[in-house]
Each structure stands twice: as C-alpha cells, then as structure tokens.
Design a protein around this ligand. Structure first.
Ligand SMILES: Nc1ncnc2c1ncn2[C@@H]1O[C@H](COP(=O)(O)OP(=O)(O)OP(=O)(O)O)[C@@H](O)[C@H]1O
Length: 252
C-alpha cells in the first residue's frame, strides 16, 4: 500500500461564501484533507454541498477565509494548473459535443502528453470502469445519464488528479455499478498519493466507502467525523428532519 504523506493536501480555514448580502451560502467551514482520505459530504438539499466543492477548484471564489492546496493559497495557483490536480466531476457533466474518445483524450492533449500515454491511460480506465469500447464513438446524446456519469468520471481519472471532487457520482448508477465504481475509487486512493471528496445522499455508500463524513447544514459544517465513530441511525434521522424543515421553509 502507498505510504501517505501526513501533510494536509487541502486545508480550509473559516471559509465562507456570501452572494449579495444578506445571502450567506457557506459559513466558517474548517477542515483538512490528507492523502488517503475519502470524505463523504452529506446534508439536506440546499445545504451548500455543491457550493463547497466548487470553491475547492475555484469554479467560484470564497468570500471569507482561506483555502490552501499542498500548502499554497489556491488563489496563488494558476487556475488551469489547479484544475489539472483538483478535478471536479459535476453532477451533470457535459461532453461538449465530443465523442467519448475525444472527451477522454482532450484534457490530456491539453497537457501535451504523448499519444501513447494518452492511449494507455484511456485503456486503463475504460477497463477498470468496464466501459465498453463501443461507447467510444458515441456523443452524450447517445448515452444514458448513468453512462454519461461514468464517462465523466473516467475523464477525470485519466488526468490522475491529486484531489478528486465528485458531486453525487452514483446518483444515476444502479447498485452494482455504484459499488463497482466506489470499490475502484477506494483502491485508487489507497494506492496513490491522492484523496477524494464526494457528495452522496446514500449514507450506506458513505459508511462503506469513505473514511470520514462531513455533514453540512444550512451552510455550516456541523460534523466532521471518522466513519467508524458515527451513529448512522441518528445521522439519518437528523438529515430527514432537516430536509422536512427545509421543505416547510421553501413552501412558506
Ligand atoms: N449562484 C447562486 N446564486 C444564488 N443562490 C445560489 C447560487 N448557487 C447556489 N445557490 C443557493 O445556495 C444554496 C446551496 O446550494 P448548493 O447547490 O450548494 O446545495 P446542495 O447542498 O449541493 O444541494 P443539493 O443536494 O440539492 O444538490 C441553495 O439554497 C441554492 O439555491
């Protein structure tokens, strides 16, 4: 197994995100991520989970606090370089009209990698994720939502990121595919100097495949705990209650 570096890969201190005041989407978010970590972010709809992931690869900018990647303030890192190492797979990924083959190769061509390296990385991930070769010529309109989700994850993995950010990666996958994907990702994080943060509404998957769980509630981090210390029944009840309160607020 890969021996992990104990220095934080990512360090967030008192991070906040306000849009036009008084809307404060995130408040006082503080946590660190080390190589080997697999974080599951959970929370009711609208808690700020996606907003948080978007701050980490600078799709949006924090308005308070600091985010450091490998010890460096992320605002000091060239944004394209940052996004080669901190790769976000959004919930609904687009292949931008490309075929699957071009979509997978495109980020690697941008990095100037040799054709053989590109081919080899693509082959590795197509095999590991059991993506059939016949998908290669398809564009996104010829793929199901779940197939598109897998391709988007493969496109992130060929980039060999240090930090992989996944927004509900299993939401459109059947149970078998979801388990297969998370097993492959677990093996990857255990064997490479990297970490993973995923948003997932399925607590059972977070319990089985993550090392830590972060709970967001109305823009605040209310729990950051090792999975083996969590009372899952209580957490499930708490999330249901928050969701119900949230729905009542939205209806009011
Ligand atoms: N650009 C924006 N302008 C205004 N409000 C926004 C913007 N982006 C997000 N929000 C609001 O911020 C809150 C958090 O949104 P976010 O997408 O981060 O939640 P989430 O926890 O990922 O939810 P879900 O589980 O439903 O995906 C929501 O109330 C959302 O409406």
């Amino acid at each position: 197994m890969y021996k992990t570096n104990t220095e934080p890969l990512l360090d967030l201190a008192q991070v906040g995100l306000s849009l036009s005041s008084p809307v404060q989407l995130l408040r006082g978010i503080t946590f660190t991520v080390k190589e080997g970590d697999r974080l599951g972010i959970v929370g009711a709809s609208g808690a700020g989970k996606t907003s948080l992931l978007r701050l980490i690869n600078r799709l949006s900018e924090a308005t308070q606090g600091s985010l450091r990647f490998q010890g460096q303030d992320i605002r000091q890192i060239n944004v394209l370089k940052l996004r080669q190492q901190v790769v976000l797979v959004p919930q609904e990924s687009k292949l931008l009209g490309m075929t699957v083959e071009d979509a997978l190769a495109y980020p690697l061509r941008l990095q100037g990698l040799a054709v053989d390296t590109i081919r080899q990385r693509m082959q590795t991930w197509l095999e590991k994720l059991t993506i059939p070769l016949e998908w290669l010529d398809r564009t996104e309109v010829q793929l199901s939502v779940g197939q598109r989700q897998l391709v988007a994850i493969a496109r992130a993995l060929v980039m060999q990121p240090h930090l992989l950010l996944l927004d509900e990666p299993t939401s459109a996958l059947d149970a078998g595919r979801a388990t297969q994907l998370l097993t492959v990702l677990t093996e990857l994080v255990q064997s490479q100097p990297m970490a993973l943060i995923m948003i997932n509404h399925q607590l059972e998957l977070v319990r089985r495949f993550c090392t830590r769980v972060l709970v967001l509630q109305q823009g605040e981090l209310i729990l950051d705990a090792a999975v083996e210390t969590v009372n899952w029944e209580d957490l499930h009840t708490c999330l249901l209650q928050t969701q119900a309160e949230q729905s009542r607020e939205w209806e009011a």
